[in-house]
Design a binder for this molecule. Structure first.
Ligand code: SAM
Length: 230
């Protein structure tokens, strides 16, 4: 067993003991996806510490416990069509792909606003050489705060950047019976919101844990001028 594999197993068993990982599907995915392939080469030795890490352009790969928790809250199943907003390194997309690919109808659509990160995410995903990941993810460049109308509706939507409010466009692109997980709040702290749409299209919001994400920048997120980005 490689050093990284050993560290991955230790981290996953710790997250299971802490009750963050609760399901077999999430456990299998966290064991199968090598996080060291999704962090910059000079930071690989930190890949199995439970922290976010910088990936360039002021963005981060989320901490493993946050990826595990959001994936559990999303309650994603084999065969689901999933939209991720905020591709970043591609790690969360790879975890989701591993789960949905248990049924060949599954698919992960992931959208990133920074083209260079989207390209790096594609390289990271391909470097896994695992067809359960590489064959099930499609990466787009654009403003994901508007969703991905062309491929809607989605069984699940996961937003991995902080929104000032729940974007209506994303609620509309959620299938009946669907669920969205999204951090909502101020620039500096948010609450993870679980948004359920029932079969009749009624929306219910539940609040999970406090969290801190980089901002969702776009038409239905934070405006660039509000953030001082020119
Ligand atoms: N899920 C990522 C991973 O596994 O590495 C981590 C995401 S990082 C915390 C948030 C990402 O959201 C950044 O890469 C950022 O550029 C992206 N982002 C912010 N606003 C966006 C938008 N409107 N549309 C798409 N991506 C956006």
């Amino acid at each position: 067993m490689s050093k990284f594999e050993e560290l991955r197993r230790e981290l996953v068993s710790r997250l299971r003991e802490e009750g963050v990982i609760r399901s077999k599907l999430v456990e299998e995915a966290m064991l199968a996806v090598p996080r060291e392939l999704f962090v910059p080469p000079e930071l690989r030795s930190y890949a199995y510490e439970d922290h976010p890490l910088p990936i360039g352009f002021g963005q981060t790969i989320s901490a493993p416990h946050m990826v595990a928790l959001m994936t559990e809250e999303l309650n994603v199943e084999p065969g689901h069509r999933v939209l991720e907003v905020g591709t970043g390194s591609g790690y969360q997309a790879a975890i989701l792909a591993y789960i949905v690919s248990k049924d060949p109808r599954g698919r992960v659509y992931t959208i990133e606003r920074i083209p260079q990160l989207a390209h790096q995410a594609l390289r990271n995903i391909l470097s896994t050489k695992n067809p359960r990941i590489t064959n099930f993810v499609t990466i787009f460049v654009g403003d994901g705060s508007k969703g991905l109308e062309r491929y809607a509706p989605f069984d699940r939507i996961i937003v991995t950047a902080a929104a000032p409010r729940i974007p209506q466009a994303l609620v509309e692109q959620l299938a009946p019976g669907g669920r969205m997980v999204i951090p909502v709040g101020s620039r500096w702290e948010q609450v993870l919101c679980i948004v359920d749409k029932d079969r009749e299209g009624r929306i219910k919001v539940r609040y999970s844990i406090p969290c801190i994400f980089v901002p969702l920048v776009g038409e239905n997120g934070w405006r660039e001028n509000e953030l001082g980005i020119t």
